[in-house]
Design a protein around this ligand. Structure first.
Ligand code: AKB
Length: 299
């Protein structure tokens, strides 16, 4: 929201969600309440606002999805399909839809997982992301819909609360460090996962959407790598700034999900096609998030 408002002007952005957006800056743009699973409501919204681009970000993430598989399937597929249909009918020109490293399962290569490899995820979230990617490619190839997508690694930001993901421990770690609490980590201390700052993810998304259509050769979804680390490595990196930070690992079912995902992603295609370069390595990520969540110093 903030990046789109800054780039295009708040008056040219329309926000929509199933509930009001609790951010002061949200008031600068028009807000329309809408359940994106309701096709008529979404069509009505699109007819009324006539957006050239829709960022369809509705999703239920991996860990939460396992507790409600059918709800996750509906939420992760219906809004995408309604938007693709609207584009097929000429009501929307461009679509962005987020995919995830969760499309990969245990039989994909772990390190520098390639763009093209086995897609056999073990979560309903991953299954819905693989299906969504194929729908995107189908609508592009059959109907010329300009839909673009990124397979994000775990995203770490400081502007919103984590919610239902397997990679959320990394967001919680920063909150625990700030509040002088021990982090109860539900992953194994040596579980390596690809991660990225929200800032890098937003920049990458806008770069992808701005790239000329003829450069976009992947119409399923692009792998994107930021940096990779384990809970142990993250704790040690945070301790360099917050020496008292402590972490206690008690792996639960989310560890099985994490173990089925890559250690790192090969994002050569994104680099070649639209010039992707991550800005933050592990130290840079830690410094960026700690700075973002720290209360301003008076004086
Ligand atoms: C999750 O943990 O479910 C997400 C993801 C990797 O897509 N952050």
């Amino acid at each position: 929201m903030l990046a789109l408002q800054a780039k295009y002007g708040a008056e040219r952005v329309t926000l929509s969600d199933i509930r009001p957006v609790p951010h002061p800056q949200a008031e600068a743009s028009e807000f329309i309440l809408c359940d994106a699973q309701d096709k008529d409501a979404l069509d009505h919204l699109i007819e009324r606002t006539q957006p050239s681009t829709v960022y369809m970000l509705v999703a239920m993430l991996s860990a939460k999805g396992e507790s409600a598989p059918m709800a996750a399937w509906g939420l992760n597929m219906n809004p995408l399909l309604h938007t693709l249909e609207a584009a097929r009918r000429g009501m929307v020109k461009h679509i962005f839809w987020p995919s995830s490293m969760a499309v990969f399962g245990p039989n994909a290569p772990k390190d520098l997982t390639p763009q093209e490899t086995n897609l056999c995820p073990t979560t309903v979230y991953g299954v819905s992301k693989v299906s969504g990617e194929l729908w995107c490619q189908y609508y592009h190839d059959k109907f010329g819909v300009d839909v673009r997508s990124i397979r994000y690694p775990g995203l770490i930001g400081f502007r919103s609360e984590p919610g239902g993901g397997t990679t959320d421990y990394a967001v919680e770690a920063f909150q625990a460090a700030l509040e002088d609490r021990t982090l109860q980590c539900y992953l194994a201390p040596d579980e390596r996962l690809p991660m990225m700052t929200m800032e890098d993810a937003v920049r990458g998304t806008l770069e992808l959407m701005e790239a000329p259509a003829h450069n976009i050769r992947v119409r399923t979804s692009y792998n994107l790598q930021g940096c990779s680390f384990t809970p142990d490595e993250l704790a040690r990196a945070i301790q360099q700034t917050v020496p008292g930070f402590d972490m206690h690992c008690v792996p639960d079912a989310r560890q099985d999900i994490a173990a089925s995902w890559p250690n790192s992603l090969d994002d050569t295609e994104a680099q070649k096609d639209w010039g992707w370069r991550p800005k933050h390595d592990v130290q840079g990520l830690v410094a960026h998030i700690l700075e973002g969540i720290s209360p301003p110093v008076d004086g």
